[in-house]
Design a protein around this ligand. Structure first.
Ligand code: GLU
Length: 485
């Protein structure tokens, strides 16, 4: 069987849209699950859109996501160059070959004539389509114009009647009336190929067997089919994937700042979680399981699980998946991700950041949630006495005041040198036992007093051990003061 070769062919725009990354991922998975080659081709022929450093964005994103290519601009390969602009000189001879085969023709219509045609169409309310004026020029006419150096383009000769059918793995057979197809330009006046032509020739020359691309290219596919046929080349398997939408009406867009891989990284998601989530955008695994590492995706992915309806980007689902990935990290890995976010808020040098990270791991869905969760360590902010009210445990402000008053001397009795989580825990539980009360009656008011919050990473015991004895006593006294008013 022919070796599977897939390609990701991004245009360097300086931006890795989630939809493009998903195309790269699917393309990679199709190659890797069949021991095939995954090729990176940079389609940079649209110089107007060229952005400095944009190719690096592509390299860095793919590498970070683990989508390593087997052939590409930086590592070369047998069918290079892998940057389209470096291949520009080679297309014209293919167009000329096509002219000889009867699948294309020279067109000498100048701008003036074409502008006139366009104006005419406009006046009649028709969509412009080239009128095939040069299609029937005789060989002699063509030769004499070429000899005279008349500028020309080369156009694809579409069949004048009949239908063309192409196959898409997802959409099945799509049949189009050839009459609807314009004799599109393949080679421009400057001798350079149009995008559609370069794309087809490159895919052929690079031995591509499967093409995954956005379905905005679906309408070009019949023309591609005819080009392949005219050359007598084998047509690759096409898989046109649906857009990723923000909601039913709107595409995910750059403008909203939520459409690129970079945006998601800035929002505190883990790379592995993003890769896992985008695989699920438009693809449904066979079973219930949705958490897959990249090697697992290679095994699980199946073209038949792809969907024809647009995928809606669901931040809540991404969040839930991210939380699962965070839980799976080792404490050391989590700390390496989380510490910078903790440090945004916790500047005190005496506070043990590793311990805060341990306390955070289970309650973090997204890294950017962290600063807000640890905003009380350096200094206690003003808070409302109502925070002490806890309906479920039947604790009110009065009971809390009593608890804090009981806690204070117990804590004062712990020697500074013995100020550890374990000792604080033991002393408070002695108090609980001695007073014969529920744990919550002591521990909940204690948490509020040391943090000014009703919910925190870790409880009062962990927090007080982290902030030290003096600060803890101060905070408990503040609580007593607040509740005594
Ligand atoms: N360069 C095109 C894009 O970035 C890719 C089209 C294709 O994959 O065929 O949209």
């Amino acid at each position: 069987m022919k070796k599977v070769r897939t390609r990701f062919a991004p245009s360097p725009t300086g931006y890795m849209h989630i939809g493009n990354l998903r195309t790269a991922l699917f393309t990679y998975l199709i190659a890797k699950q069949q021991d095939g080659d995954f090729i990176l081709r940079i389609e940079d022929t649209d110089r107007e859109r060229y952005v400095e450093g944009a190719v690096d964005v592509i390299y860095n994103t793919l590498k970070r996501c683990g989508l390593n290519w087997d052939e590409g601009p930086d590592i070369g390969g047998p069918v290079g160059p892998y940057v389209q602009s470096e291949r520009m000189g080679s297309f014209k001879k293919y167009a000329e070959e096509l002219v000889e085969k009867g699948g294309a023709y020279y067109c000498f219509c100048d701008k003036e004539r074409l502008d006139g045609l366009k104006a005419e169409c406009e006046a009649q309310g028709k969509t412009y389509s080239y009128d095939r004026h040069c299609r029937c020029l005789s060989c002699e006419e063509v030769k004499s114009k070429l000899d005279a150096g008349t500028p020309y383009v080369i156009r694809q000769k579409m069949p004048l009647e009949g239908e063309v059918t192409f196959h898409d793995e997802l959409y099945g057979d799509i049949t189009v009336d050839c009459k609807e197809l314009e004799d599109q330009i393949l080679i421009k006046t400057d001798g350079m190929p149009t995008y559609n032509f370069a794309n087809v020739v490159d895919d052929h020359l690079m031995g591509i067997t499967h093409v995954v691309r956005g379905n905005e290219y679906l309408s070009s596919a019949p023309k591609y089919e005819l080009l392949y046929k005219a050359f007598g080349w084998e047509v690759p398997t096409y898989i046109h994937v649906e857009h990723i939408m923000k909601d039913k009406q709107h595409k995910l867009s750059k403008r909203d700042g939520d459409a690129s891989f970079e945006d998601l990284m800035n929002k505190g998601y883990l790379t592995e979680a993003v890769v896992n989530y985008i695989a699920l955008l438009g693809w449904a695994p066979k079973g219930e399981e949705e958490i897959f590492s990249l090697p697992e995706l290679i095994k699980e992915f199946d073209i038949s699980g792809l969907s024809k309806s647009p995928a809606i980007f669901d931040p809540l689902k991404l969040k839930a998946i991210n939380a699962k990935y965070i839980k799976k990290l080792s404490p050391e890995e989590f700390e390496s991700y989380a510490a910078p976010y903790v440090r945004q808020m916790v500047k005190r040098e005496d506070i043990n950041i590793s311990r805060i990270c341990q306390l955070l791991q289970d309650r973090t869905e997204v890294l950017t949630d962290i600063p807000e969760k640890v905003d009380f360590f350096d200094t206690l902010r003003e808070y409302e006495p109502a925070l002490y009210f806890n309906k479920k445990n039947k604790i009110d402000e009065e009971k809390s005041l009593q608890s804090l008053k009981d806690i204070l001397p117990v804590l004062e009795g712990i020697d500074e040198s013995e100020w550890t989580e374990e000792n604080i825990h033991d002393k408070l539980f002695e108090l609980i036992a001695q007073k014969e009360v529920k744990n919550a009656l002591i521990l909940l008011p204690f948490r509020v007093a040391v943090s000014g919050k009703a919910s925190t990473p870790g409880g009062g015991i962990e927090i007080s051990s982290l902030i030290g004895k003096a600060d803890t006593l101060d905070r408990v006294k503040k609580g007593i003061e607040l509740l005594s008013k």
